[in-house]
Design a protein around this ligand. Structure first.
Ligand code: HEM
Length: 549
């Protein structure tokens, strides 16, 4: 009988009037009901909107708070972070110039700059004071390396010196200080280095007699490589008698050249391993191939030496590595890693530094004349300079220091990394940030150095350069746990090579060029060479008997 009000049906017994009244009431109720449902929905929507806004606001405030503790840097886009800035400046494939672009961005944003790409964080340090905080104040936190493909393939599964961490790294560094690159080790190998320096002098003298121009890079690289091979392997050349090495000396040169070139193609994925997918140039494949070829090459040498090593009298660095006691024994992979680190870490930075020094001396003939006069005063014209005389040739020393300041051949550190959040100045650096230190910017900091881009060795004749290095005004060899283990060896070899060249010859431009036609444009890559190999004309300055070997 009675129908639900919502159905809109009215009993027939009612008068017309009553029916009309009731119909009106029902319609009015239905309207109200509809409105009420609308309001309810609106309220729900409003509540939802308020909730989402609160969540977004909270996230935004947290991000803002987090960002306020981070160092300055380019604007960070959601998810992409600073990637658009780097791509705009560096490009994905023009990775070879990435170092320069990062440096350029830092000039805009200051001596401490933070970049974030996806979940990868990068800190760029370009002042001595801040470098000191990282390398001294927080050396223990920042000495790790990000796990990148270079470490896996060219660092031999992170077992070499440059990519090892923890106890293994500590042990390798101790080995470097006490057995491999100690001053005693250098002294006992000095005859190799001097013999090779003399051979270099002889080859230049011969070329000058034939009226040929001298390719400085080629000549100097041969000197440094043979000197280091002598130290490592007990012989400058690998194809010595009785060694069943299938490969020639040329094979080693090619392997080293390829390794430095691939390692030097610094890509975003080195700074940020999370960006491995950006490896569009097949670099990882090249590194895998090199890893196998380097291992095959050096294994041959290790096999040969291990038959001959006399535990009581190790002669070369390889012999030292092979004669370690069982408890300290290194894997073959680690030994190959150390050999590759020493050759790559030594050959290229030392040769590049000598090439830069000669470039500057040719651009500034008065300085070349001054240092040659100093050599005549101290050494005399009848003999070749001896390493014991180095401390007395102070202007020569100043030239070496000024070259290392203006042309640091390792211009940027390999990436360091912290595993825990670390304060630097007023900032909080999040855990797992890749940190690169721009050593080149530190040596050219206009706040520290007067006319920083001028080559002026006189700035070191008054000041004690050691104190310059202590005060972090100059860091050509890095510092702390990751500082260069071959720094002393590097300095002695580069002094030896440069001193022989400067004392032995007058150097002049070729092809009618003037001194200032020789530019100082830099190559890209891990080691910074002059962008064009230096070629000069040499005129002997000493009696011809002094060039004989
Ligand atoms: C003029 C010559 C040299 C220069 C300018 C130079 C420069 C540097 C710099 C700046 C670093 C520190 C990179 C960082 O902070 O991550 C470094 C590290 C290194 N250098 Fe040198 N170096 C030279 C010679 C040598 C020599 C002769 C050797 C080997 C005999 C060598 C082997 C190494 C190794 C293995 C590392 C990595 C250390 C580690 O991560 O623990 N370097 N070098």
């Amino acid at each position: 009988m009675a129908q639900g009000m919502g159905s809109g049906r009215v009993p027939k017994v009612l008068t017309e009037e009553a029916r009309a009244w009731m119909t009106a009431q029902v319609e009015s109720y239905q309207k109200w009901d509809l409105n009420a449902a609308g309001v309810g929905r609106a309220l729900y929507l409003l509540a939802g909107f308020v909730f989402v806004s609160v969540v977004i606001f909270e996230q935004y405030s947290k991000r803002k708070e987090r960002l306020s503790k981070l160092p300055p840097g380019p604007f960070q886009w959601p998810f992409l972070g600073s990637l658009p800035h780097l791509l705009l400046t560096a490009g994905v494939r023009s990775s070879s110039r990435l170092r320069e672009k990062v440096s350029a961005l830092a000039t805009k944003h200051g001596p401490i700059m933070f970049l974030q790409i996806a979940d990868t964080k990068i800190l760029v340090i370009s002042s001595g004071v801040l470098a000191k905080e990282v390398l001294v104040g927080h050396d223990a936190e920042f000495y790790f390396r990000p796990r990148c493909s270079v470490g896996k393939y060219l660092g031999f599964n992170f077992t070499d010196i440059a990519f090892a961490e923890g106890r293994h790294h500590w042990y390798l560094r101790k080995l470097c200080d006490t057995r491999l690159f100690s001053p005693e080790c250098f002294v006992s190998n000095l005859h190799f280095q001097k013999k090779e320096a003399k051979k270099m002098l002889h080859s230049i003298w011969e070329a000058s007699q034939r009226g040929e121009d001298i390719s400085i890079r080629e000549t100097v690289t041969t000197f440094v490589r043979n000197s280091l091979c002598g130290m490592l392997l007990g012989t400058a050349h690998l194809d010595i008698e009785n060694i069943s090495i299938k490969f020639s000396e040329e094979t080693l040169n090619m392997l080293l050249d390829e390794t430095i070139s691939v390692a030097g193609e610094v890509t975003l994925s080195d700074l940020a391993p999370g960006l491995k997918w950006l490896d569009l140039c097949g670099r990882e494949e090249k590194m895998k191939d090199l890893n196998l070829r380097l291992k095959a090459y050096f294994q041959e040498i290790l096999d040969d030496r291990s038959h001959r090593v006399n535990k009581d009298e190790p002669e070369s660095l390889v012999d030292v590595l092979l004669s370690l006691d069982d408890d300290d024994k290194l894997s073959n992979e680690a030994v190959v890693g150390i050999l590759v680190d020493t050759l790559i870490g030594g050959v290229y930075p030392i040769s590049a530094t000598i090439e830069w020094a000669l470039t500057e001396l040719v651009r500034h003939p008065a300085l070349l004349e001054q240092v040659q006069m100093e050599m005549i005063d101290v050494v005399g014209p009848y003999k070749i300079v001896d390493e014991s005389e180095f401390p007395q040739i102070s202007f020569f020393q100043a030239i070496v220091k000024e070259t290392l300041r203006l042309h640091p051949t390792v211009p940027m550190s390999l990436p360091h990394m912290n595993k825990v959040a670390t304060p630097i100045g007023q900032y909080e650096i999040p855990a797992n940030t890749s940190v690169v230190i721009d050593y080149s910017a530190i040596g050219r900091d206009p706040e520290i150095w007067n006319k920083p881009l001028h080559f002026d060795p006189r700035r070191f004749t008054d000041t004690d350069a050691a104190s310059q290095i202590d005060t972090f005004k100059l860091l050509p060899f890095g510092y702390g746990r990751r500082g260069c283990p071959g720094a002393n060896l590097g300095v002695i070899l580069l002094q030896l090579g440069l001193a022989y060249l400067v004392q032995g010859f007058d150097w002049a431009p070729i092809g009618g060029q003037l001194p200032h036609d020789y530019d100082v444009k830099e190559s890209s890559g891990l080691v910074c060479f002059r962008s064009t190999p230096l070629t000069l004309r040499a005129t002997p300055r000493l009696s011809s008997t002094l060039y004989e070997i």
